[in-house]
Design a protein around this ligand. Structure first.
Ligand SMILES: NC(=O)c1ccc[n+]([C@@H]2O[C@H](COP(=O)([O-])OP(=O)(O)OC[C@H]3O[C@@H](n4cnc5c(N)ncnc54)[C@H](O)[C@@H]3O)[C@@H](O)[C@H]2O)c1
Length: 319
């Protein structure tokens, strides 16, 4: 993913790479060469920050390193754009939120699947449907990721469904209240942990999300954004995650204008917020509810019970 960020920053009029850090210097050297970058390389931020004149840090490390790397950057006075999921636990993400508050710097989580003109059009359509009854998201992919994902206990929920539950929040603005989930790992799965899940999320506006997903799908795959339906008091809207959404509501709804997508969208919003002092919807403290939805789903699946979001956000859950 670091390589994707190098390409995206390279194509952006707003930012440039001034240094590259990886625990493995060979990885950094290879990635820099591939991107045609001649910048200082190091194995820690501490080595580079004093000399490279960075104005921000892009944290594209694995989730367990998000807290220490972001905290180091924030303590050095730099805003951070950090990959999702914010952290492996809500407690660690709460520590990140504290570090950002204490440093007085922006820590934004890159929820890159918020940035599509078609999703923005879909959100506008959903906004005309009156009270929302049900959101449905189906996600079916055959995903091969040699590396940390294939070893995780709940790869689909933790690494992928975070995008979808965050998209649900983007669509309606409602806050999650409780979660019931089951997960399983089909016999043909190449993941060590559960690669399939069925989740019900209840929101504070009375609506529910029904989420069904799998990373070990054979055939009839959905898009990476999943396939969506939102049913409201006044009509319905659907989005296949890829093309223009379809709408059966009181309209009319203007399509959203063109805009940078995926991580280019995150980068553009981050740069704009750093320059203007605006606060993005994915600022770490606001992103906690998306991460909490996933953590509640994992707890629900592991303990076979309904889990309140308040339980995973509780101060007693913070180290
Ligand atoms: N937005 C998306 O669609 C999307 C897609 C893929 C990955 N991601 C996210 O990007 C992040 C990275 O995923 P990946 O697949 O590139 O992982 P990866 O394991 O391929 O690469 C992570 C890199 O970080 C380095 N690293 C680890 N700890 C470090 C530390 N403390 N300091 C410096 N470098 C460190 C590793 O050496 C490795 O080169 C994850 O949070 C993942 O969820 C997001």
């Amino acid at each position: 993913m670091g390589r994707a960020w190098l390409r995206t920053v390279g194509a952006s009029p707003d930012a440039q790479i001034v240094g590259l850090v990886d625990l493995d210097l060979t990885t950094a050297r290879t990635a820099a060469a591939e991107a045609g970058l001649d910048v200082p390389l190091g194995t820690s931020l501490a080595e580079l920050l004093p000399s490279v004149g960075a104005e921000a840090v892009l944290n594209v490390t694995i989730p367990v390193a998000h807290l220490p790397v972001s905290a180091e950057a924030l303590a050095a006075g730099l805003p951070v754009l950090c990959e999702k999921p914010a952290a492996p636990s809500v407690a660690a993400a709460q520590q990140m939120a504290r570090a950002a508050r204490e440093a007085g710097r922006l820590l934004m989580i890159s929820q890159s699947r918020r940035y599509y003109p078609h999703l923005e059009t879909f959100r506008r359509q959903v906004g005309t449907l009156g009270g929302i009854g049900t959101l449905v998201c189906e996600f079916f992919k055959e995903a091969h990721f040699p590396g940390f994902r294939e070893e995780m206990a709940h790869p689909l929920l933790v690494d992928m469904a975070i995008h979808h539950v965050d998209q649900a929040r983007f669509l309606t603005g409602a806050d999650p209240v409780r979660v019931a989930a089951t997960t399983h790992n089909p016999p043909w799965s190449w993941f060590a942990g559960d690669a399939s899940a069925t989740v019900d999320v209840a929101y504070d506006d009375g609506s529910h999300l029904g989420y069904v997903g799998s990373w070990v799908t054979r055939g009839a795959e959905t898009s990476w954004n999943g396939s969506w339906r939102v049913a409201g008091e006044l009509g319905s809207a659907r989005w296949d995650g890829e093309h223009a959404p379809t709408y059966d509501g009181p309209g009319p709804v203007d399509p959203a204008p063109d805009a940078p997508t995926e991580i280019a969208g995150s980068l553009a919003e981050f740069v704009s917020c750093v320059r203007t002092g605006a606060s993005p919807d994915t600022r770490i403290d606001r992103n906690l509810l998306s991460l909490a939805t996933v953590e509640a789903a994992v707890l629900s699946a592991d303990e076979h019970r309904v889990v309140e979001i308040a339980e995973v956000l509780a101060p007693s859950n913070t180290p």
